[in-house]
Design a protein around this ligand. Structure first.
Ligand SMILES: NC(=O)c1ccc[n+]([C@@H]2O[C@H](COP(=O)([O-])OP(=O)(O)OC[C@H]3O[C@@H](n4cnc5c(N)ncnc54)[C@H](OP(=O)(O)O)[C@@H]3O)[C@@H](O)[C@H]2O)c1
Length: 270
Protein backbone atom coordinates (compact mmCIF):
# COMPACT_ATOMS: atom_id res chain seq x y z
CA UNK A 1 0.00 0.00 0.00
CA UNK A 2 1.49 3.36 -1.01
CA UNK A 3 2.09 5.85 1.80
CA UNK A 4 -0.56 8.52 1.77
CA UNK A 5 -0.04 10.66 4.85
CA UNK A 6 3.29 11.79 6.28
CA UNK A 7 3.35 13.15 9.82
CA UNK A 8 6.26 15.40 10.75
CA UNK A 9 6.20 15.42 14.56
CA UNK A 10 4.13 12.62 16.06
CA UNK A 11 3.44 14.21 19.47
CA UNK A 12 0.27 14.69 21.51
CA UNK A 13 -1.84 16.60 18.99
CA UNK A 14 -0.72 14.55 15.96
CA UNK A 15 -1.64 11.35 17.83
CA UNK A 16 -5.04 12.81 18.68
CA UNK A 17 -5.64 13.56 14.99
CA UNK A 18 -4.25 10.31 13.55
CA UNK A 19 -5.62 7.71 16.00
CA UNK A 20 -9.33 8.19 15.06
CA UNK A 21 -8.37 7.86 11.37
CA UNK A 22 -6.86 4.45 12.14
CA UNK A 23 -9.69 3.44 14.47
CA UNK A 24 -12.26 4.23 11.81
CA UNK A 25 -10.27 2.62 8.97
CA UNK A 26 -10.04 5.91 7.05
CA UNK A 27 -6.35 5.06 6.69
CA UNK A 28 -4.43 1.83 7.24
CA UNK A 29 -1.29 1.93 9.45
CA UNK A 30 0.94 1.15 6.45
CA UNK A 31 -0.39 4.25 4.65
CA UNK A 32 1.07 6.54 7.33
CA UNK A 33 4.72 7.52 7.79
CA UNK A 34 5.62 9.39 10.96
CA UNK A 35 8.76 11.21 11.92
CA UNK A 36 9.86 12.21 15.42
CA UNK A 37 12.97 13.97 16.60
CA UNK A 38 14.50 11.61 19.16
CA UNK A 39 15.29 7.92 19.28
CA UNK A 40 13.60 7.84 22.69
CA UNK A 41 10.22 8.97 21.28
CA UNK A 42 10.70 6.63 18.32
CA UNK A 43 11.19 3.63 20.65
CA UNK A 44 8.34 4.67 22.88
CA UNK A 45 5.92 4.88 19.94
CA UNK A 46 7.24 1.68 18.39
CA UNK A 47 6.58 -0.21 21.64
CA UNK A 48 3.50 1.50 23.03
CA UNK A 49 1.42 2.88 20.14
CA UNK A 50 -1.36 0.43 19.39
CA UNK A 51 -1.10 0.73 15.59
CA UNK A 52 1.94 -0.46 13.62
CA UNK A 53 2.53 2.73 11.67
CA UNK A 54 5.84 3.40 9.90
CA UNK A 55 7.76 5.46 12.41
CA UNK A 56 11.27 6.93 12.07
CA UNK A 57 13.45 9.34 13.98
CA UNK A 58 15.42 12.20 12.54
CA UNK A 59 18.80 10.43 12.67
CA UNK A 60 17.63 7.24 10.98
CA UNK A 61 18.54 6.58 7.36
CA UNK A 62 14.83 6.31 6.44
CA UNK A 63 13.84 9.69 7.89
CA UNK A 64 13.41 11.22 4.41
CA UNK A 65 10.65 8.72 3.55
CA UNK A 66 8.08 10.99 5.19
CA UNK A 67 8.65 13.49 2.37
CA UNK A 68 7.45 10.93 -0.22
CA UNK A 69 3.88 11.19 1.08
CA UNK A 70 1.56 13.33 -1.05
CA UNK A 71 -0.03 14.87 2.05
CA UNK A 72 1.91 15.90 5.14
CA UNK A 73 0.75 16.94 8.57
CA UNK A 74 3.28 19.27 10.18
CA UNK A 75 2.85 18.97 13.96
CA UNK A 76 6.09 20.09 15.61
CA UNK A 77 6.27 22.94 18.14
CA UNK A 78 6.64 26.38 16.48
CA UNK A 79 10.20 26.73 17.87
CA UNK A 80 11.15 23.40 16.20
CA UNK A 81 10.07 24.63 12.75
CA UNK A 82 13.55 26.00 11.94
CA UNK A 83 14.93 22.43 11.99
CA UNK A 84 12.58 21.12 9.27
CA UNK A 85 14.19 20.89 5.82
CA UNK A 86 11.80 20.58 2.90
CA UNK A 87 12.18 17.82 0.30
CA UNK A 88 9.68 17.14 -2.46
CA UNK A 89 10.20 14.01 -4.53
CA UNK A 90 7.43 14.85 -6.93
CA UNK A 91 9.00 16.87 -9.77
CA UNK A 92 5.76 17.68 -11.58
CA UNK A 93 3.15 18.51 -8.94
CA UNK A 94 3.22 20.20 -5.58
CA UNK A 95 2.45 17.98 -2.62
CA UNK A 96 0.25 19.23 0.26
CA UNK A 97 1.48 20.29 3.69
CA UNK A 98 -1.02 20.93 6.50
CA UNK A 99 0.44 22.88 9.39
CA UNK A 100 -1.21 22.89 12.83
CA UNK A 101 1.42 25.23 14.28
CA UNK A 102 -0.11 28.04 16.30
CA UNK A 103 0.36 31.45 14.68
CA UNK A 104 2.55 30.45 11.70
CA UNK A 105 0.96 32.11 8.65
CA UNK A 106 0.38 30.62 5.20
CA UNK A 107 2.82 33.20 3.80
CA UNK A 108 5.57 32.01 6.18
CA UNK A 109 4.78 28.36 5.45
CA UNK A 110 4.92 28.96 1.70
CA UNK A 111 8.33 30.62 2.10
CA UNK A 112 9.69 27.69 4.12
CA UNK A 113 8.01 25.01 1.95
CA UNK A 114 7.96 26.46 -1.60
CA UNK A 115 7.58 22.99 -3.17
CA UNK A 116 4.38 22.36 -1.22
CA UNK A 117 0.86 23.64 -1.38
CA UNK A 118 0.36 24.78 2.23
CA UNK A 119 -2.74 24.62 4.37
CA UNK A 120 -3.20 26.02 7.88
CA UNK A 121 -5.31 24.26 10.46
CA UNK A 122 -6.01 25.62 13.93
CA UNK A 123 -7.30 22.97 16.28
CA UNK A 124 -7.90 22.69 20.03
CA UNK A 125 -7.14 20.34 22.90
CA UNK A 126 -10.58 18.59 23.02
CA UNK A 127 -9.51 16.99 19.74
CA UNK A 128 -7.83 14.43 22.02
CA UNK A 129 -11.31 13.10 22.93
CA UNK A 130 -12.87 13.52 19.49
CA UNK A 131 -14.49 16.86 20.40
CA UNK A 132 -12.09 19.15 18.55
CA UNK A 133 -12.88 22.36 16.74
CA UNK A 134 -10.64 22.91 13.71
CA UNK A 135 -10.47 26.00 11.53
CA UNK A 136 -8.91 25.44 8.10
CA UNK A 137 -7.55 28.11 5.76
CA UNK A 138 -6.27 27.22 2.30
CA UNK A 139 -5.30 28.95 -0.88
CA UNK A 140 -7.13 28.58 -4.18
CA UNK A 141 -4.80 25.97 -5.69
CA UNK A 142 -6.44 23.04 -3.93
CA UNK A 143 -9.05 21.02 -5.77
CA UNK A 144 -12.25 19.74 -4.15
CA UNK A 145 -11.08 16.10 -3.98
CA UNK A 146 -8.04 17.01 -1.90
CA UNK A 147 -10.06 19.49 0.18
CA UNK A 148 -12.48 16.71 1.11
CA UNK A 149 -9.64 14.36 2.09
CA UNK A 150 -7.91 17.06 4.16
CA UNK A 151 -11.14 18.11 5.91
CA UNK A 152 -11.85 14.44 6.64
CA UNK A 153 -8.58 14.17 8.58
CA UNK A 154 -10.01 16.57 11.19
CA UNK A 155 -13.71 15.70 10.89
CA UNK A 156 -12.94 12.32 12.41
CA UNK A 157 -12.14 14.03 15.69
CA UNK A 158 -14.56 16.94 15.81
CA UNK A 159 -16.05 19.77 13.79
CA UNK A 160 -14.33 21.60 10.93
CA UNK A 161 -14.84 25.21 9.83
CA UNK A 162 -13.42 26.55 6.56
CA UNK A 163 -12.31 30.13 7.17
CA UNK A 164 -10.37 32.90 5.54
CA UNK A 165 -6.90 33.04 7.14
CA UNK A 166 -7.77 36.50 8.54
CA UNK A 167 -10.14 34.82 10.99
CA UNK A 168 -7.78 32.09 12.23
CA UNK A 169 -6.37 34.31 15.02
CA UNK A 170 -9.77 34.98 16.56
CA UNK A 171 -10.71 31.32 15.95
CA UNK A 172 -7.58 30.31 17.85
CA UNK A 173 -8.34 32.70 20.72
CA UNK A 174 -11.92 31.47 21.08
CA UNK A 175 -11.35 27.75 20.65
CA UNK A 176 -7.70 26.94 21.34
CA UNK A 177 -6.85 29.42 24.14
CA UNK A 178 -10.29 29.62 25.77
CA UNK A 179 -10.20 26.06 27.21
CA UNK A 180 -7.62 27.51 29.66
CA UNK A 181 -10.04 30.34 30.50
CA UNK A 182 -12.82 27.81 31.17
CA UNK A 183 -10.44 25.73 33.31
CA UNK A 184 -9.56 28.87 35.28
CA UNK A 185 -13.26 29.73 35.77
CA UNK A 186 -13.94 26.19 36.99
CA UNK A 187 -11.00 26.37 39.39
CA UNK A 188 -12.12 29.77 40.71
CA UNK A 189 -15.76 28.71 41.16
CA UNK A 190 -14.42 25.62 42.95
CA UNK A 191 -12.54 27.95 45.29
CA UNK A 192 -15.89 29.68 45.88
CA UNK A 193 -17.31 26.33 47.00
CA UNK A 194 -14.25 25.82 49.17
CA UNK A 195 -14.75 29.25 50.78
CA UNK A 196 -18.31 28.22 51.57
CA UNK A 197 -17.10 25.08 53.38
CA UNK A 198 -17.21 22.32 50.75
CA UNK A 199 -14.15 20.21 49.95
CA UNK A 200 -12.15 21.21 46.85
CA UNK A 201 -12.88 17.84 45.25
CA UNK A 202 -16.65 18.11 45.71
CA UNK A 203 -16.70 21.81 44.71
CA UNK A 204 -14.91 21.10 41.41
CA UNK A 205 -17.08 18.06 40.69
CA UNK A 206 -20.20 20.20 41.24
CA UNK A 207 -18.88 23.02 39.05
CA UNK A 208 -17.92 20.69 36.18
CA UNK A 209 -21.32 18.94 36.26
CA UNK A 210 -23.13 22.28 36.54
CA UNK A 211 -21.29 23.64 33.47
CA UNK A 212 -21.91 20.41 31.58
CA UNK A 213 -25.65 20.49 32.36
CA UNK A 214 -25.95 24.20 31.56
CA UNK A 215 -24.21 23.85 28.20
CA UNK A 216 -26.20 20.74 27.31
CA UNK A 217 -29.43 22.57 28.10
CA UNK A 218 -28.45 25.49 25.87
CA UNK A 219 -27.62 23.08 23.04
CA UNK A 220 -30.46 20.59 23.42
CA UNK A 221 -33.24 23.12 24.03
CA UNK A 222 -31.71 25.80 21.81
CA UNK A 223 -31.67 28.27 24.70
CA UNK A 224 -29.45 31.31 24.17
CA UNK A 225 -27.02 32.39 26.95
CA UNK A 226 -29.11 35.52 27.73
CA UNK A 227 -32.33 33.47 27.87
CA UNK A 228 -30.74 31.00 30.27
CA UNK A 229 -29.37 33.84 32.41
CA UNK A 230 -32.85 35.40 32.62
CA UNK A 231 -34.42 32.02 33.51
CA UNK A 232 -32.32 31.69 36.66
CA UNK A 233 -32.25 35.34 37.72
CA UNK A 234 -35.25 36.29 39.84
CA UNK A 235 -35.96 39.76 41.28
CA UNK A 236 -33.85 40.56 44.33
CA UNK A 237 -32.64 36.94 44.36
CA UNK A 238 -29.31 35.19 44.90
CA UNK A 239 -28.26 35.08 41.23
CA UNK A 240 -28.64 38.82 40.59
CA UNK A 241 -26.64 39.40 43.78
CA UNK A 242 -23.82 37.30 42.25
CA UNK A 243 -24.08 38.93 38.82
CA UNK A 244 -23.99 42.45 40.35
CA UNK A 245 -20.61 41.66 41.89
CA UNK A 246 -19.25 40.30 38.59
CA UNK A 247 -20.43 43.44 36.73
CA UNK A 248 -18.86 45.67 39.38
CA UNK A 249 -15.54 43.80 39.07
CA UNK A 250 -15.53 44.07 35.27
CA UNK A 251 -15.80 40.31 34.71
CA UNK A 252 -17.55 40.52 31.35
CA UNK A 253 -15.08 43.07 30.03
CA UNK A 254 -12.16 41.00 31.37
CA UNK A 255 -13.35 38.00 29.36
CA UNK A 256 -13.78 40.05 26.18
CA UNK A 257 -10.31 41.54 26.61
CA UNK A 258 -8.79 38.11 27.31
CA UNK A 259 -10.01 36.89 23.92
CA UNK A 260 -8.67 40.04 22.23
CA UNK A 261 -5.34 39.50 24.05
CA UNK A 262 -5.03 35.94 22.74
CA UNK A 263 -5.99 37.05 19.23
CA UNK A 264 -3.44 39.88 19.23
CA UNK A 265 -0.69 37.57 20.52
CA UNK A 266 -1.44 35.11 17.72
CA UNK A 267 -1.16 37.94 15.17
CA UNK A 268 2.27 38.85 16.62
CA UNK A 269 3.66 35.35 15.92
CA UNK A 270 3.59 35.82 12.15
N1 LIG B 1 -1.41 21.74 22.76
C1 LIG B 1 -2.47 22.33 22.20
O1 LIG B 1 -3.49 22.69 22.82
C2 LIG B 1 -2.44 22.55 20.72
C3 LIG B 1 -3.64 22.73 20.07
C4 LIG B 1 -3.62 22.90 18.71
C5 LIG B 1 -2.43 22.91 18.02
N2 LIG B 1 -1.27 22.78 18.68
C6 LIG B 1 -0.02 22.80 17.92
O2 LIG B 1 0.40 21.47 17.72
C7 LIG B 1 1.81 21.43 17.58
C8 LIG B 1 2.34 20.23 18.32
O3 LIG B 1 2.01 20.36 19.70
P1 LIG B 1 2.12 19.07 20.65
O4 LIG B 1 1.54 19.51 21.95
O5 LIG B 1 1.58 17.86 19.97
O6 LIG B 1 3.74 18.95 20.77
P2 LIG B 1 4.63 17.66 21.16
O7 LIG B 1 3.81 16.66 21.89
O8 LIG B 1 5.85 18.22 21.80
O9 LIG B 1 5.01 17.04 19.74
C9 LIG B 1 6.01 17.55 18.91
C10 LIG B 1 6.53 16.41 18.05
O10 LIG B 1 7.44 16.93 17.08
C11 LIG B 1 8.60 16.07 17.05
N3 LIG B 1 9.72 16.83 16.50
C12 LIG B 1 10.43 17.82 17.05
N4 LIG B 1 11.36 18.29 16.19
C13 LIG B 1 11.25 17.55 15.06
C14 LIG B 1 11.94 17.53 13.82
N5 LIG B 1 12.94 18.36 13.54
N6 LIG B 1 11.53 16.64 12.87
C15 LIG B 1 10.53 15.77 13.11
N7 LIG B 1 9.84 15.74 14.29
C16 LIG B 1 10.20 16.62 15.24
C17 LIG B 1 8.77 15.65 18.49
O11 LIG B 1 9.62 14.53 18.59
P3 LIG B 1 10.37 14.21 20.00
O12 LIG B 1 9.29 13.69 20.92
O13 LIG B 1 11.35 13.17 19.65
O14 LIG B 1 10.97 15.49 20.49
C18 LIG B 1 7.31 15.33 18.83
O15 LIG B 1 6.94 14.08 18.33
C19 LIG B 1 2.34 22.78 18.10
O16 LIG B 1 2.87 23.52 17.02
C20 LIG B 1 1.13 23.49 18.65
O17 LIG B 1 1.14 24.87 18.32
C21 LIG B 1 -1.23 22.53 20.01
Amino acid sequence: MAPKLGVIGFGNIAKAIITPLLEQNVLQPEEIICLVNSKKSFENIKINYKYKINIYHLNSSESNLVWHCPIKLLAVKPQQLKNIKEINFNETNKYFLISILAGVSLKTLETIFPKHNCIRAVTNIPITIGQGLTGIAWNNDIDDKNKIFIKNIFENSGKVFELSEDYLDIFLALTSSAPAIIALIIEALGDGGLSGGLTKKLSEELVIDMIFGTVLMMKDLDVSPSELKNMVTSPAGTTIAALRILEKKGFRSALIESIMGAMNKSKEFK
